[in-house]
Design a protein around this ligand. Structure first.
Ligand code: DUC
Ligand code: ZN
Ligand code: ZN
Length: 492
């Protein structure tokens, strides 16, 4: 009987969120079946001597083949986006199914699922963007979709055609609570941003650098506070996306200190870029425009500290690729005002190399924390663990063999997504993924992608967030029972 393994990754340093150790990793079919010394033989042996053996990255916030509310299409297809993710060491993504006004959410999710089914190269799941929380959406569609494995909802507090107002937010939080879903939020104060933008444009300040001015830092902290108050009223866990400021991080720290169920992420653009990157001749700075905008070095330091302290738990790319041409950033013509430029940066492929360089090569954080922030923590928060996000017996064999010594200078030409540029061109990073396995299949080797579009699998994620009511909610519910109402349930 042939009792050899399908693949042995031999002689590397295995790293998890808690440990690092010298070991071989044995794979049978799509699963890790043994971790130990002297394992084997394997039908295929991968020599990892001098290399790190890491869990594949989990990028829990990326926009793929998504139509913006203004009707602008992402530069990427599922194939190009997830191919670039794989080449950067990421083997799981959570993308979006974006409901625009008037659309049926069930149909929206089916449409995005069909795109992913055809093109995905890494495994994937969806957050459902809800911008039109109609009665049928809340009562029927969301509960059914959550049961089918779409256990997170994304809501915007800004953007004219996407945002929900406070009462709608409360409805969505309550629906999420009753069905065990997590609510992820783009939290910025819409009124402040609209007011600032209008005045800047009226006065002729139209260049991309004024995009950053139009999103004052208080607009973030205000929205965080209001969102957290609403989530506390409903007792619903939330994930605050792309934290960018000192003040925002402080709001989250306080809320978590009070025991509220608040998770938060930041992104490489807030750790490595500043508002000055938008200050380029002509409209070139549009390439660095995202929302919230990159801020200052002081904010970068505050975000690193918040990561250190555990106030922020994950680092996602917020990959939102728009080409620097009439199909994307310049869809309003060659000289748009900053208000006419699509917001977003590419980042799926560069997330892990940039973070490895800053954290591990430059010594800011440990290897274990790098793994935790980029793979294990997002897998746990979004209910993908233990299949994803770690190297353990029984986990999917999503593994990156990482060379910690090689230096790579990032260039536009090196990237494999279809944006046509990287905001990090010219930076040299130390550390690069050399072999990537997805469920036991080698999908990247020698810098080449070798996977079929459509070979990525949908990952249903069950709810499970509906916890015991907090003392605060229990008190509210006890009080309303006294007069016979049930305000905190959808049933009247
Ligand atoms: N801002 C968003 O809100 N979404 C995508 C990208 C961006 O910059
Ligand atoms: Zn956002
Ligand atoms: Zn986003």
């Amino acid at each position: 009987m042939d009792n050899s393994y399908d693949i042995i990754i031999r002689g590397g340093t295995v790293v998890t969120a808690s440990d690092r150790f010298q070991a071989d990793v044995a794979i049978a079919a799509d699963t890790i079946v043994a971790v130990g010394r002297g394992l084997g033989p394997g039908r295929r042996e991968i020599d990892a001597t001098g290399k790190l053996v890491l869990p594949g990255g989990v990028d829990a916030h990326c926009h793929i083949e998504q139509l913006s509310a203004a009707g602008i299409m992402n530069a990427d297809t599922w194939e190009s986006a997830t191919g670039s993710a794989a080449l950067g060491g990421t083997t799981t993504v959570i993308s979006f199914a974006a409901q625009h006004m008037g659309l049926d959410l069930t149909q929206v999710v089916a449409d995005y699922a069909a795109l992913a089914r055809n093109g995905a190269i890494v495994d994937y799941s969806f957050h459902m963007i809800v911008s039109d929380p109609t009665e049928i959406t809340l009562r029927d569609h969301l509960p059914a979709l959550i049961r089918e494995g779409h256990a997170s909802i994304k809501v915007f507090m800004t953007y004219d055609r996407l945002r929900v107002h406070d009462e709608q937010m409360l409805d969505i939080l309550l629906t999420a609570r009753e069905n065990g879903a997590l609510v992820c939020v783009h939290a910025e104060n819409h009124g402040i941003i609209a007011w600032m933008g209008k005045r800047l444009i009226e006065r002729g300040y139209t260049a991309p650098k004024f995009h950053a001015v139009s999103h004052p830092r208080v607009s973030e902290a205000e929205a965080f506070n209001r969102l957290i108050a609403m989530a506390a009223l409903i007792d619903q866990p939330i994930m605050i996306f792309h934290v960018s400021t000192v003040e925002g991080a402080a709001v989250i720290r306080r809320a978590r200190g009070e025991g509220l169920k608040v998770f938060a992420e930041t992104c490489p653009q807030y750790l490595f870029l500043t508002a000055q990157d938008l200050d380029k001749p002509g409209v070139e700075g549009a390439k660095w425009m995202c929302s919230p905008p990159p801020r200052t070095e002081m904010d970068q330091e505050a975000l690193w500290r918040a990561l250190d302290l555990g106030d922020l738990q994950t680092i996602s790319s917020d990959h939102a690729p728009y080409a620097f041409d009439e199909s994307g950033k310049l869809s309003s013509g060659p000289n748009p005002t900053f208000k006419q430029v699509a917001n977003g940066l590419p980042g799926l492929e560069t997330r892990l190399p940039l973070l490895f360089d800053a954290m591990v090569s430059k010594g800011r954080m440990s290897l274990e924390r790098f793994v935790e922030l980029t793979a294990t923590a997002p897998a746990k928060i979004y209910n993908l663990h233990p299949k994803k996000g770690s190297i353990a017996i029984g986990a999917d064999a999503d593994i990156v063999v990482w060379n910690p010594d090689v230096s790579v200078t990032l260039t536009d030409a090196l990237m494999h997504d279809r944006t046509g540029y990287t905001p990090y061109a010219g930076r040299t990073v130390q550390g690069w993924p050399v072999i990537v396995l997805r469920r036991g299949e080698v999908i990247v080797e020698n810098g080449r992608l070798q996977a079929q579009p459509g070979s990525g699998r949908f990952l249903p994620r069950q709810g499970g967030w509906a916890a015991q009511p907090s003392e605060r909610l229990q008190a509210e519910m006890d009080a309303e029972r006294n007069f016979g109402a049930s305000l905190f349930s959808r049933a009247k």
